[in-house]
Ligand binder design. Sequence first.
Ligand SMILES: Nc1ncnc2c1ncn2[C@@H]1O[C@H](COP(=O)(O)OP(=O)(O)O)[C@@H](O)[C@H]1O
Ligand SMILES: [Mg+2]
Length: 452
Amino acid sequence: MRPQALIIDDEPDILDLLLMTLENMGVDCRTAETIKQAHAALSEQLFDICLTDMRLPDGDGIDLVKMMQKKYPQIPVAVITAHGSMELAVLALKAGAFDFVSKPLKLKVLRDLVSTALKLSRKNEAVIDSQESARTTLLGKTPAIQDVQNKIAKLARSQAPVYISGESGTGKELVARLIHKQGARADSAFVAVNCGAIPSELVESEFFGHKKGAFTGAISDKQGLFQAANGGTLFLDEIADLPLAMQVKLLRALQEKSVRPVGGNEEISINVRVLSATHSNLAEKVKQGQFREDLFYRVNVIELHVPPLRDRVEDISLLSDHILQKLAESNEIQKVSLNKSAINALQKYSFPGNVRELENILERALTWLEGDVISVADLMLPEENRTDTVDVENKKSGLIQENDLESHLEDQERQLITQALESTRWNKTAAAKKLGITFRALRYKLKKLNLE
Ligand SMILES: Nc1ncnc2c1ncn2[C@@H]1O[C@H](COP(=O)(O)OP(=O)(O)O)[C@@H](O)[C@H]1O
Ligand SMILES: [Mg+2]
C-alpha cells in the first residue's frame, strides 16, 4: 500500500508544492485546512506522516502536535514554520513534533524529512522488537535507568536535537547510539566525534570538509563529518569544548541544514540528526560566556540526563555480572564472580568514573586474580573511598600525600620488576615466576608502568 500523508495548511501555494512533492515520492495525500478537519480525517483512516502549518484558522500547530501526541503518538508530525522563527520550531519539537521545516520550503530538505518519517512508520514493528534488545544493552532495573530507557524509545522516534548530560562514564555515548539504533536513521551512519580532541585550527575542516588547496596541507578534497553522517546521526561529544568561533559556524549549519567545505564556494545540503553530550554543566558555561546561548538553545531542545552510578546502586551487581561475562568471552576464560563482600564494597564506593570505572576495576581485578572469585582486596578500590579502615592511620598522620604514596609505590614496583626482568634476560614468564605473580599480572604491570 502506498504511504498516506495528512497535510494541514490553508495556503494554496504551499499546499500545491507539498502535494506535488509528496505525490512525486509515491505518497498519497489528504489535505485539511483546519484542526477540525484534521480531527475528522484522523478518525477515518491511518496516516504515515502528518505535515502541519504553524498558523491555522482555528488554532496553532503546537496544539495540533500536542493533540497528536496524546491520541496518535505513532504518527510522526512535522511542522512548517515561518522563516527564521526558531523559537516556534523548538517549542514544537519539545511538544513532540517529529521535525520541522522552515519556509521558504527547500525541496531537498522536505524530501529528506518525508523519507525519514516514512522509514519510521515502516519500522514501527521492528522498533518495538528492538526495544527489548536495546533495553538489555543499556542495563539497569532501577527506576532511574528505566526512565532513561523509556525516554530513549520515545526520542528515537523524533528528529529533535537531544543534549545528553551526565558525569563521565555514565553511558552518554551508549544512550546516543541507542537513540540512533532505535530510530528511522538506524540503517545509516552513526558518527561520533569528540569535540575536545580536535585541534581548534582543524575543527572547521573536520566538520565541513575542505577543498584541495584550501590551506597548506590540503592535498586533496576531504569529506567532513557532517557529510560522513549524512542520512544518519552525528554525535557531538564534549560539545562544551568546541571553540567559540566554531560554535557560530555549527549553529549556522544546523539552521540552514547545509554546510560549506573550507575553500569551497557552494553549500552542500545535509540531512543529519544531531545529538550532543558533555560531562560539564553546559548552562553554567553559557553563563560564563564560554558557550553561545543561541547554540545552547538549538542543541538543547530536549535534555536527557543520565544519572551517576552511585545513584543507582542496585544496578551495580547486574552491571558487574554483565561486564564479567563480556570479559570472560573476550579473554576466552571461565567467567569469574564477585563474593558478597566485594559486591558490598562496590555498592559503597562513590564511582567518580561511573560505569567506565566499574569496567576498569573489574578488568584489573581479573588480571590479577588467581582463583575464580573476586574478593574486596582484588578490587583495589582507591583509598579515600574504601569502606574498611586499614589505611586510616596513614591518612590521619597526613605525612604522605595520597599521590606521593602512589608514585612512591610505583617507583618501587618499577625497580623490582626491572631487576627481575634483567636477571632473567627479559624472559617475562621467568620474571613473573620470580616475582611471584602471574604472567597476566606482569603484562598488566608493564603496560601500566610504561615499561614495555
Ligand atoms: N547501563 C549500562 N549498561 C551497560 N553498559 C553500560 C551502561 N552504562 C554505561 N555502560 C558502559 O560503560 C562504558 C562507558 O559508557 P559511555 O557511554 O562511553 O559513557 P560516557 O559517554 O558518559 O562517558 C561503555 O563501555 C558503556 O558500554
Ligand atoms: Mg563519552
